[in-house]
Design a protein around this ligand. Structure first.
Ligand code: SAM
Length: 227
């Protein structure tokens, strides 16, 4: 179901200017932008310090990144979300709570290399990315070869990806793609709530819905092998 456009959207986005560092499509199309456009973020300027940086792709309403940022004060966080209507909730949450170590990019993840310096991200979070089971949409899956290529460039050596999903098929597909792309599994559970990783888990908006229906949550943390 399509979400109704939020009331006063543009004015409210403008009011979140202090946490929004990139927005929209800088070129005619994503391919041209990914290849030619660079406006790389300067973390010390952005966060007024030098600290490890982690990234959530498809942050939705921001409940996860806000809680993580509060728990991990010594780390800085970037959160990417393509839908302005959705990221607005995340940005307003972070501004209202005065969380200083999160910044947002309202862009498609396809153009992350336009903004994020190579080898600068310690960990990438993929929370309940849309599984897109249709064969013709494989390229759009956030764990396809295309995206893993991007993540490999953005991650520091030995950097990690942490994924959660309710979809067994998408989970199995992702595990295969991680293996094919040189990532090794460090932690894995096909029932997160009943696993040793449950205690530290931060429940996302989608996860709460799936868990309320009794659905098991798949969890994996993979590490990039040395290049
Ligand atoms: C199923 S929702 C999950 C939201 C949140 N992570 C959670 O667990 O509650 C997936 C989100 O990813 C965003 N998304 C999907 N493809 C994207 C892309 N290529 N770039 C950026 N965001 C994307 C969607 O707009 C949507 O908000």
């Amino acid at each position: 179901m399509r979400m109704r456009r939020k009331h006063n959207l543009e004015a409210r986005v403008a009011a979140c200017g202090s946490v929004l560092v990139a927005r929209g499509k800088p070129c005619r199309n994503l391919k041209e932008a990914a290849e030619n456009y660079r406006a790389l973020l300067d973390y010390p300027v952005l966060f007024s310090r030098s600290a490890p940086v982690e990234l959530e792709v498809g942050c939705g309403n921001g409940a996860f990144i806000a809680e993580l940022a509060k728990r991990e004060r010594g780390c800085d966080f970037l959160a990417v979300e393509v839908c302005t209507n959705v990221i607005l909730t995340a940005m307003e949450r972070v501004v209202a709570e005065g969380i200083g170590n999160v910044r947002f990019l309202n862009i498609a993840a396809e153009i992350l290399p336009c903004y994020i310096p190579e080898g600068s991200i310690r960990r990438i979070y993929l929370n309940f990315s849309t599984p897109l089971p249709e064969a013709g949409r494989e390229r759009q899956r956030l764990t396809s070869d295309r995206f893993l290529d991007i993540y490999k460039k953005l991650l520091v050596p030995g950097g990690e990806i942490v994924q959660k999903t309710d979809s067994i098929d998408f989970f199995n597909y992702s595990l295969r793609k991680y293996r094919e792309n040189g990532f090794v599994v460090e932690a894995l559970s096909r029932d997160l709530r009943r696993s040793e990783y449950a205690a530290e888990n931060i429940v996302t908006e989608y996860e709460a819905n799936f868990s309320a229906k009794g659905m098991p949550i798949c969890y994996v943390r993979v590490k990039m092998e040395d290049r």
